[in-house]
Design a protein around this ligand. Structure first.
Ligand code: S3P
Length: 184
Protein backbone atom coordinates (compact mmCIF):
# COMPACT_ATOMS: atom_id res chain seq x y z
CA UNK A 1 0.00 0.00 0.00
CA UNK A 2 2.68 2.51 -0.91
CA UNK A 3 1.67 5.92 -2.25
CA UNK A 4 2.23 6.06 -5.99
CA UNK A 5 2.57 9.80 -6.48
CA UNK A 6 4.77 12.45 -5.02
CA UNK A 7 2.89 14.65 -2.62
CA UNK A 8 4.63 17.91 -3.25
CA UNK A 9 2.08 19.02 -5.85
CA UNK A 10 -0.63 21.58 -5.15
CA UNK A 11 -3.22 19.67 -3.25
CA UNK A 12 -5.26 20.34 -0.19
CA UNK A 13 -4.59 18.16 2.82
CA UNK A 14 -7.60 15.87 2.50
CA UNK A 15 -8.09 12.19 1.92
CA UNK A 16 -10.71 11.16 -0.63
CA UNK A 17 -12.18 7.70 -0.96
CA UNK A 18 -13.52 6.66 -4.35
CA UNK A 19 -14.81 3.27 -5.46
CA UNK A 20 -17.87 1.32 -6.44
CA UNK A 21 -21.01 1.20 -4.29
CA UNK A 22 -20.54 -1.19 -1.38
CA UNK A 23 -16.76 -0.98 -1.16
CA UNK A 24 -17.01 0.45 2.37
CA UNK A 25 -16.12 4.10 1.67
CA UNK A 26 -18.37 5.47 4.40
CA UNK A 27 -17.64 2.89 7.10
CA UNK A 28 -13.91 2.88 6.47
CA UNK A 29 -13.82 6.65 5.97
CA UNK A 30 -15.35 7.27 9.40
CA UNK A 31 -12.79 5.02 11.03
CA UNK A 32 -9.84 6.57 9.18
CA UNK A 33 -11.07 10.08 10.03
CA UNK A 34 -11.20 9.16 13.68
CA UNK A 35 -7.64 7.75 13.63
CA UNK A 36 -6.24 10.79 11.84
CA UNK A 37 -8.24 13.29 13.90
CA UNK A 38 -9.83 14.52 10.65
CA UNK A 39 -13.44 15.51 10.00
CA UNK A 40 -15.53 12.93 8.13
CA UNK A 41 -17.51 14.15 5.13
CA UNK A 42 -19.81 12.15 2.86
CA UNK A 43 -20.68 13.71 -0.51
CA UNK A 44 -24.00 11.81 -0.73
CA UNK A 45 -25.01 13.21 2.62
CA UNK A 46 -24.12 16.76 1.55
CA UNK A 47 -26.03 16.34 -1.71
CA UNK A 48 -29.06 15.10 0.17
CA UNK A 49 -28.89 18.07 2.57
CA UNK A 50 -28.48 20.52 -0.30
CA UNK A 51 -31.45 19.08 -2.20
CA UNK A 52 -33.53 18.61 0.93
CA UNK A 53 -34.36 15.04 -0.04
CA UNK A 54 -32.95 11.52 -0.12
CA UNK A 55 -30.72 10.24 -2.94
CA UNK A 56 -33.46 7.93 -4.32
CA UNK A 57 -35.88 10.90 -4.33
CA UNK A 58 -33.39 13.10 -6.21
CA UNK A 59 -32.96 10.39 -8.86
CA UNK A 60 -36.71 9.86 -9.08
CA UNK A 61 -37.83 13.51 -9.12
CA UNK A 62 -34.96 15.19 -10.93
CA UNK A 63 -32.98 12.46 -12.66
CA UNK A 64 -29.37 11.33 -12.59
CA UNK A 65 -28.10 14.37 -14.52
CA UNK A 66 -29.23 16.76 -11.78
CA UNK A 67 -27.77 14.46 -9.16
CA UNK A 68 -24.41 14.55 -10.98
CA UNK A 69 -24.46 18.35 -11.10
CA UNK A 70 -25.10 18.53 -7.37
CA UNK A 71 -22.31 16.00 -6.86
CA UNK A 72 -19.80 18.18 -8.73
CA UNK A 73 -20.87 21.28 -6.75
CA UNK A 74 -20.47 19.45 -3.47
CA UNK A 75 -17.09 18.02 -4.47
CA UNK A 76 -15.85 21.45 -5.47
CA UNK A 77 -17.03 22.76 -2.11
CA UNK A 78 -14.84 20.18 -0.35
CA UNK A 79 -11.76 22.04 -1.62
CA UNK A 80 -12.56 24.89 0.77
CA UNK A 81 -11.35 22.96 3.81
CA UNK A 82 -8.53 20.66 4.88
CA UNK A 83 -8.08 17.79 7.33
CA UNK A 84 -11.11 15.94 6.00
CA UNK A 85 -11.71 12.34 4.98
CA UNK A 86 -14.22 12.52 2.15
CA UNK A 87 -16.29 9.50 1.12
CA UNK A 88 -17.68 9.97 -2.39
CA UNK A 89 -20.54 8.33 -4.30
CA UNK A 90 -19.53 5.43 -6.54
CA UNK A 91 -20.34 7.34 -9.72
CA UNK A 92 -18.30 10.47 -9.03
CA UNK A 93 -15.67 9.34 -11.57
CA UNK A 94 -18.21 9.10 -14.41
CA UNK A 95 -17.86 12.84 -15.04
CA UNK A 96 -14.28 13.16 -16.16
CA UNK A 97 -14.25 16.85 -15.20
CA UNK A 98 -14.48 15.62 -11.61
CA UNK A 99 -11.08 13.92 -11.91
CA UNK A 100 -9.18 17.21 -11.86
CA UNK A 101 -11.32 18.46 -8.98
CA UNK A 102 -10.60 15.27 -7.01
CA UNK A 103 -6.88 15.88 -7.43
CA UNK A 104 -7.24 19.47 -6.22
CA UNK A 105 -9.24 18.40 -3.20
CA UNK A 106 -6.67 15.88 -1.99
CA UNK A 107 -5.10 12.47 -2.10
CA UNK A 108 -7.38 9.93 -3.81
CA UNK A 109 -7.67 6.34 -2.62
CA UNK A 110 -9.62 3.81 -4.68
CA UNK A 111 -11.33 1.10 -2.66
CA UNK A 112 -11.75 -2.06 -4.71
CA UNK A 113 -13.89 -5.15 -4.17
CA UNK A 114 -15.07 -7.98 -6.41
CA UNK A 115 -18.61 -7.90 -7.87
CA UNK A 116 -19.49 -10.89 -5.64
CA UNK A 117 -18.41 -9.09 -2.47
CA UNK A 118 -20.28 -5.99 -3.55
CA UNK A 119 -23.48 -7.86 -4.35
CA UNK A 120 -23.32 -9.50 -0.96
CA UNK A 121 -22.94 -6.14 0.77
CA UNK A 122 -25.63 -4.21 -1.11
CA UNK A 123 -28.33 -6.83 -1.80
CA UNK A 124 -30.52 -5.98 1.19
CA UNK A 125 -30.21 -2.24 0.76
CA UNK A 126 -32.82 -0.33 -1.27
CA UNK A 127 -31.29 3.13 -1.25
CA UNK A 128 -29.16 2.74 -4.36
CA UNK A 129 -31.37 3.71 -7.30
CA UNK A 130 -28.97 2.38 -9.95
CA UNK A 131 -29.18 -1.13 -8.49
CA UNK A 132 -32.98 -1.38 -8.42
CA UNK A 133 -32.96 -3.58 -11.53
CA UNK A 134 -34.20 -7.07 -12.32
CA UNK A 135 -30.71 -8.49 -12.12
CA UNK A 136 -28.63 -6.34 -9.75
CA UNK A 137 -25.70 -8.76 -9.91
CA UNK A 138 -25.43 -8.24 -13.65
CA UNK A 139 -25.89 -4.47 -13.23
CA UNK A 140 -22.98 -4.44 -10.80
CA UNK A 141 -20.75 -6.34 -13.23
CA UNK A 142 -21.76 -4.12 -16.19
CA UNK A 143 -21.35 -0.83 -14.31
CA UNK A 144 -18.03 -1.97 -12.90
CA UNK A 145 -16.76 -2.83 -16.35
CA UNK A 146 -17.75 0.65 -17.56
CA UNK A 147 -16.16 2.37 -14.59
CA UNK A 148 -12.97 0.47 -13.82
CA UNK A 149 -10.86 2.59 -16.20
CA UNK A 150 -12.34 5.76 -14.71
CA UNK A 151 -11.42 4.80 -11.14
CA UNK A 152 -7.99 3.85 -12.41
CA UNK A 153 -7.57 7.26 -14.02
CA UNK A 154 -8.75 9.20 -10.97
CA UNK A 155 -6.85 7.39 -8.20
CA UNK A 156 -3.48 7.93 -6.56
CA UNK A 157 -3.53 4.60 -4.76
CA UNK A 158 -5.68 1.45 -5.02
CA UNK A 159 -6.62 -0.73 -2.05
CA UNK A 160 -8.24 -4.13 -2.41
CA UNK A 161 -10.74 -4.81 0.36
CA UNK A 162 -11.62 -8.43 -0.52
CA UNK A 163 -10.53 -10.74 2.26
CA UNK A 164 -9.62 -7.90 4.62
CA UNK A 165 -11.61 -6.85 7.67
CA UNK A 166 -12.77 -3.25 7.90
CA UNK A 167 -10.22 -2.69 10.65
CA UNK A 168 -7.37 -4.02 8.52
CA UNK A 169 -8.37 -1.88 5.56
CA UNK A 170 -8.83 1.22 7.71
CA UNK A 171 -5.43 0.68 9.35
CA UNK A 172 -3.64 0.35 5.99
CA UNK A 173 -5.30 3.47 4.65
CA UNK A 174 -4.58 5.48 7.79
CA UNK A 175 -0.88 4.63 7.64
CA UNK A 176 -0.65 5.37 3.89
CA UNK A 177 -2.46 8.66 4.44
CA UNK A 178 0.00 9.72 7.13
CA UNK A 179 2.84 9.28 4.64
CA UNK A 180 1.02 10.73 1.63
CA UNK A 181 -0.25 13.79 3.49
CA UNK A 182 2.96 14.32 5.41
CA UNK A 183 1.37 13.88 8.84
CA UNK A 184 3.34 13.04 11.97
C1 S3P B 1 -23.95 5.94 -7.08
C2 S3P B 1 -23.48 5.58 -5.83
C3 S3P B 1 -24.12 5.99 -4.58
C4 S3P B 1 -24.87 7.32 -4.79
C5 S3P B 1 -25.83 7.20 -5.94
C6 S3P B 1 -25.11 6.87 -7.25
C7 S3P B 1 -23.27 5.43 -8.29
O1 S3P B 1 -23.16 6.16 -3.53
O2 S3P B 1 -23.98 8.36 -4.99
O3 S3P B 1 -26.77 6.22 -5.63
O4 S3P B 1 -23.50 5.96 -9.39
O5 S3P B 1 -22.45 4.48 -8.16
P1 S3P B 1 -22.40 4.92 -2.80
O6 S3P B 1 -21.22 4.56 -3.66
O7 S3P B 1 -21.99 5.51 -1.50
O8 S3P B 1 -23.39 3.82 -2.67
Amino acid sequence: MLPLVNTTDERRRNLILIGFMGTGKTTIGKQVAKSLGFRFVDTDQLISQKAGKSIPDIFEDEGEETFRELETDVLQGCAAAENQVIATGGGIVTKTTNHAILKQVGYVIWLQASPETIYDRVRRNRNRPLLQTEDPEKTIRDLMEQRVGLYEAAQDMAVTTDGLTLDETAYGITESARVALGLE
